[in-house]
Every structure is written in structure tokens, then in C-alpha cells.
Design a protein around this ligand. Structure first.
Ligand code: GLU
Length: 471
């Protein structure tokens, strides 16, 4: 692909009628990466013109979701509804140049056109009956809509950067409405005016918008505006190849964060690989992605959402993450779930605990669950298996071990291991007879990282107290 000479400007233009779903997040990512790759700008436009369905909560969820994914936009956010007057001016200009016209069709006439089309098995197309009628024909008391005069011959070509050259016969395009009878601009008009005014050079979006691009192209032309480049990316499908539904993962990104426990880096990496590739690379850092990303790497067929792959990537990112970064993410989760507060000292304990836990965690939820015992309040609640390990015999062994532990002047893993092992040997006990009750008392569970590591991390006082609580 030839490299753009003018500064690249991309945009993500969500309609705030719901959460930021996974397809939208990928569209945002591709726009962000393309702009970064070319040293350009990535803008955010909230398309809030549907006043009934747009909500402040959805706007907030979208902005939060993008923020969490690390997709920071340049410049101020553009709110489309606030620009309605500008959109109306453009329609007025087209009217004054004879490129648009007032249409006084009644709802009944339109219904009739729709029904005729249905009977003939073709899509409804407004027949242009007001295109060339003089203003003097205007019926009284009817508020007209404003329609664009589409060319009736020839074809409209889109040189799509993903789909290749795509054309439609102009006879297929009807004279679309620019202003409704109440004077409000339509979505088609607003999008084109905003893309022009924001200086968008590349429109990267889902291929469900490809058909809109034909009509939008004609509007750009009517205004003598330079056409942006279009890149319509194939949609995301479920693992079974069907259109993405909730069951397949068509959820808001906050569900991936809060309910499923994915790291933003992992989700970003996964979304990048959904529909874009660079050889066989799977684990791609953001710096690499910025270096490598271009539209050439976007495939033409729909990609399939695969939770197993996402989870696998997430595990890799967790393992490679910094311990304090992970501890900071899981702390509030543990606080919420266990109803505890995490003090600075306990935070330090969590950080130390990460290296023994992160190898096994696939999600942040797993990690938080497995780490919670480090900061739970005493006395620990034991799970059933831990209760069994703390049988009378188990308790007795801990009771006898305790003085040796209390006598230790230093408290570190190797020394703890030697002390417990010598105790077991001297008393002719299998190590498990001591180590397992110890695990139960210290973690409240029958599974935990290595028990000497756990003791070292908990520290002497907390370890002794937890043991004492149980005997
Ligand atoms: N607001 C549209 C949507 O959320 C996107 C419009 C566009 O990207 O041109 O589907």
C-alpha cells in the first residue's frame, strides 16, 4: 500500500446506545493503531443524534472502556448532536445549489411505494417524484424533508483498502433524506459533514457500513469535498461461524474486565489478532503493533472469536506482568469479595505472593481468588478439605512444631523448610503430616503455593498467629 503523504487522521464514532462491545473495541483499536503507525491523530466522535436511544451512561461506559484499553484519543471529543446546526447549514447549501430538494411526499405515498416494492420483490426506493417539481407545487401545511439529488446514471466506486474496488449502479441509490421534516439532520448527513470537518483521512469501520459508504461518497462529491479513504473490516463472528451474539462474547468490554478478569493488554493483543495478522506472531506488544500495523494485514474474511485463545493470551500476559501491577489490580477485587481492607503492609505481602501465584492464573479473577488468603482476617475460615487436614492428629503435630518456629531468630524460606523437615524426621513423621496441616492453618485451604514460601511471605507473627488460631 502506498503511504499517505498527508497527516493521517482516523476516528472512532460509536453511537452511545449501549456499552462498548467487543467489535467496537476492535474498530477503535485498528483506528488508533493506524494513526499511531503513521504518526497521525486518532479522534473520538460520539454519535449521539438518536436522542431517544443515546444515554449518558452509555457515553460514560464507552469512554471508560476505551480508557481501560489504553486507547487514548487526540483532541477534544466531538459530540455529533451539538453540531446539528452545522449539518443543517450544509443541507441549505446543497439546496441553494440545486443539489438537494424539498420533498413533500406524504407518509401514505411512501407506504405505497414500500408496498409496491415489496410486491415486486425489490428493495424500497424513493422514486424521486419531487426531484424536479417546482416549489409552486408544494402542498400547503406540509413540512417537507430535504433530499439529496443522487446521480441517476453511471456507478459509484469505492476503492476500499480492505475490500478492494466495490461498485454500485447509481440507479440503485435513492435520493436520501438529509433533513427530516422537523429539520433535524439525518445520520448520513451528520457523518459526512463531521468526517469532513474533522479532517478524517481514513475511515476504518465494520463492513456493515459498506453500503452506507456509497451514499456517503455521493454526498462528499456533491459538496466538492475530498473523499476519505475507506477500509471496511470484516465483522467478528462466533467460534461456530455465526454472527457474534452475547453467547459468543458480544458483551461490553467491562464484562471482559470485571466478570471474566482479562488484562487490557491481553484483550488488546487478542483483538489485534482478530482480523489482522503479522506472520505467525501471536504475542505482540503495543510497541510492535504500532510498528507493524497497517491495513494490508487486515484479512477479507470474518474472524472467529475464540475464548480459549483469549484466555491463553491472558495467562501469558499475567505471567509477564509486574508483581505490583497485578497486586494493585487484585486488591480492590479482594476487598470487595472478602469485605476486608488491604493495608500497605498487606499490599506488600500480596506483591511478594504474586510470583508464586501468577504462573497458574489464567484470569485476574483466578489470581485474586488464589491470593485472597494472604490478606484475609483471622481466624481464617477453613474449607472442608482444610478442616480434614486439621484433624486431631494434624493439630497435635502443629502444637508440637510451634516452639521450634517460635524460637527462630530469622524467618526465611530455606530455614523454615529445614526446621519443619527436621521436626518431621525427629518425630518420625512423613513431611506431609506436618506440611499439610500447616497449609490448612495458614491458607485455610488444601491448595496454596509452596508452604514455606507462604510462611516466609506472611511473616513470623502472622504465621504463628494463624497456627495458634487453629490449635
Ligand atoms: N455510529 C456508527 C456505529 O456506531 C458508526 C459510524 C461510522 O463509523 O461511520 O455503528
Amino acid at each position: 500500500m502506498s503511504h499517505p503523504t498527508k497527516q493521517v487522521v482516523t476516528r472512532f464514532a460509536p453511537s452511545p446506545t449501549g456499552f462498548l462491545h467487543i467489535g467496537g473495541a476492535r474498530t477503535a483499536l485498528f483506528n488508533w493503531l493506524f494513526a499511531k503507525h503513521h504518526g497521525g491523530k486518532y479522534l473520538l466522535r460520539i454519535e449521539d443524534t438518536d436522542r431517544k436511544r443515546s444515554t449518558p451512561e452509555a457515553i460514560e461506559a464507552i469512554i471508560d472502556g476505551l480508557d481501560w484499553l489504553g486507547l487514548k484519543h487526540d483532541d477534544e471529543i466531538t459530540y455529533q448532536f451539538a453540531r446539528a446546526e452545522r449539518h443543517q447549514q450544509v443541507a441549505q447549501k446543497l439546496l441553494s445549489e440545486g443539489k438537494a430538494y424539498y420533498c413533500y411526499c406524504s407518509p401514505e405515498e411512501l407506504t405505497e411505494m414500500r408496498e409496491t416494492a415489496r410486491a415486486e420483490g425489490r428493495p424500497m426506493k424513493y422514486d424521486g417524484r419531487w426531484r424536479d417539481r417546482p416549489a409552486s407545487d408544494a402542498p400547503e401545511g406540509v413540512k417537507p424533508v430535504v433530499r439529496l439529488k443522487m446521480p441517476q446514471e453511471g456507478e459509484t466506486l469505492i476503492k476500499d483498502l480492505v475490500q478492494g474496488d466495490v461498485t454500485v449502479a447509481n440507479s440503485q441509490l435513492d435520493d436520501m433524506v438529509l433533513l427530516r421534516a422537523d429539520g433535524t439532520p439525518t445520520y448520513m448527513l451528520s457523518v459526512v459533514v463531521d468526517d469532513h470537518d474533522m479532517g478524517i483521512t481514513h475511515i476504518i469501520r465494520g463492513d456493515d457500513h459498506l453500503t452506507n459508504a456509497f451514499r456517503q461518497t455521493q454526498l462528499f462529491k456533491a459538496m466538492d469535498w475530498e473523499l476519505p479513504n475507506f477500509a471496511h473490516i470484516p465483522l467478528i463472528h462466533g467460534a461456530d461461524g455465526a454472527k457474534l451474539s452475547k453467547r459468543h462474547g458480544a458483551l461490553g468490554v467491562e464484562a471482559y474486565r470485571d466478570e471474566m478478569g482479562y488484562l487490557p493488554e491481553a484483550l488488546r493483543n487478542y483483538l489485534l489478532r482478530l482480523g489482522w495478522g503479522h506472520g505467525d506472531e501471536e504475542v505482540i506488544s503495543t510497541e510492535q503493533a504500532i510498528k507493524w500495523f497497517d491495513i494490508d494485514g487486515v484479512g477479507k474474511s470474518p474472524s472467529r472469536f475464540d475464548f480459549a485463545k483469549l484466555e491463553n493470551l491472558n495467562g501469558i500476559y499475567i505471567r509477564n506482568s509486574d508483581d505490583s501491577y497485578l497486586a494493585n489490580i487484585i486488591s480492590p477485587l479482594i476487598c470487595e469479595k472478602e469485605g476486608v481492607t488491604v493495608s500497605a503492609g498487606q499490599k506488600a505481602v500480596l506483591i511478594k505472593g504474586m510470583s508464586g501465584l501468577k504462573e497458574r492464573a489464567k484470569t485476574i479473577i483466578d489470581l485474586a481468588e488464589s491470593a485472597a488468603f494472604y490478606v484475609k482476617s483471622r481466624p481464617l475460615q477453613l474449607n472442608d478439605k482444610a478442616k480434614k487436614l486439621l484433624s486431631d492428629e494434624g493439630k497435635e503435630n502443629l502444637k508440637n512444631l510451634l516452639p521450634a518456629l517460635q524460637n527462630l531468630a530469622t524467618w526465611e524460606e530455606n530455614l523454615l523448610e529445614n526446621t519443619v523437615k527436621s521436626f518431621a524426621e525427629e518425630n518420625e513423621l512423613k513431611l506431609g503430616k506436618v506440611a499439610q496441616p500447616l497449609r490448612a492453618a495458614l491458607s485455610g485451604s488444601n491448595v496454596s503455593p509452596g508452604i514455606f514460601e507462604v510462611m516466609a511471605i506472611l511473616g513470623k507473627d502472622e504465621s504463628i498467629n494463624r497456627i495458634t488460631d487453629q490449635i
